[in-house]
Design a protein around this ligand. Structure first.
Ligand code: NDP
Length: 254
């Protein structure tokens, strides 16, 4: 099935990890996908190539979120890419996926104001202003999907500041869902649990085994597990879901 034919999508942070899987799935359903990244151009191009190899359409867009002028730079690249390919700057699906994390093992006592501000700049402030800017080009029936985390409901002191940013993005979904309902735009949060994003820790079998125990299914999530949930929310089939918190943790919160 191709449920997203003639749709356009922006997936922030889709050079790697969960974002790459989301971009790939949306493209497989027919969407033209803007593959956004911060600095890893090779990885972003690899995502674009993966999509094109399967007959899909995608283009890369660079912008470091949290840096001055970030959202403006993102939309210059996005709108140029859309215009060149479809002759207009329409964005049907926005996925706020890019995220910064607290260093592993950091106690709340050790988080600096600079680290705290960076987390909020990338994970909460940027998505807010990306949505604000996108509203001018999202048509009736559009989709906004914000990637949160199971950590808004599962305590982990090492990730206190990070989890606070995810609480913030869930508020963005809740309140904008009502604001945008007259335009039939749905706004939802998807919360992954521990998900293999290709990072080094997922190459250590003992570490993976330990992380797997957190899920009711006793395995770590695959990026595709999360991407399929996001893709569903992007389709017309999910038109009656808005302002929701979707648990995509494989039962970690049970
Ligand atoms: P990765 O660390 O694998 O990839 C991060 C992506 O975001 C990359 O594409 C990176 O671009 C981009 N990015 C990071 N910082 C910035 C920035 N300042 N500006 C622009 N782009 C940036 O992420 P994951 O796949 O692990 O996570 C994706 C989302 O899912 C995040 O929101 C994360 O918080 C959330 N999540 C992940 C979980 C997990 O276990 N993996 C669990 C719960 C939630 P570049 O390649 O250029 O660096």
């Amino acid at each position: 099935v191709s449920r997203l034919i003639d749709k356009t999508a922006l997936v922030t942070g889709s050079s790697r990890g969960i974002g790459r899987a989301i971009a790939t799935r949306l493209a497989a359903e027919g969407a033209l996908v803007a593959v956004h990244y911060a600095s890893n151009a090779d990885a972003a191009l690899e995502t674009v190539e993966l999509i094109e190899k399967d007959g899909g359409r995608a283009f890369p867009v660079r912008a470091e979120l949290g840096a001055p002028g970030d959202v403006h730079q993102l939309f210059l690249g996005l709108e140029k890419g859309l215009k060149e390919r479809i002759g207009e700057t329409r964005l049907d699906i926005l996925v706020n996926n890019a995220g910064a994390i607290t260093p592993v093992g950091q106690q709340p006592e050790d988080t600096t104001p600079e680290e705290f501000d960076h987390l909020f700049a990338v994970n909460a402030r940027a998505p807010f202003f990306i949505v604000q800017r996108a509203l001018g080009i999202i048509p009736t029936g559009g989709r906004i999907i914000n990637i949160s985390s199971g950590l808004t409901r599962f305590s982990n002191p090492e990730q206190t500041a990070y989890a606070m940013t995810k609480g913030a993005i869930e508020q963005l979904s809740l309140h904008l869902a009502r604001h945008l309902a007259p335009r039939l735009i749905t706004v939802n949060s998807v919360a992954p649990g521990i998900t293999d994003n290709g990072g080094a820790v997922f190459d250590i079998p003992e570490a993976v085994e330990q992380m797997a125990q957190l899920s009711a299914f006793k395995r770590v999530g695959k990026a595709e597990d999360v991407a399929d949930v996001v893709t569903f929310l992007a389709t017309d089939e999910a038109r009656w879901i808005t302002g929701a918190f979707i648990d995509a943790t494989g039962g970690t919160l049970l």
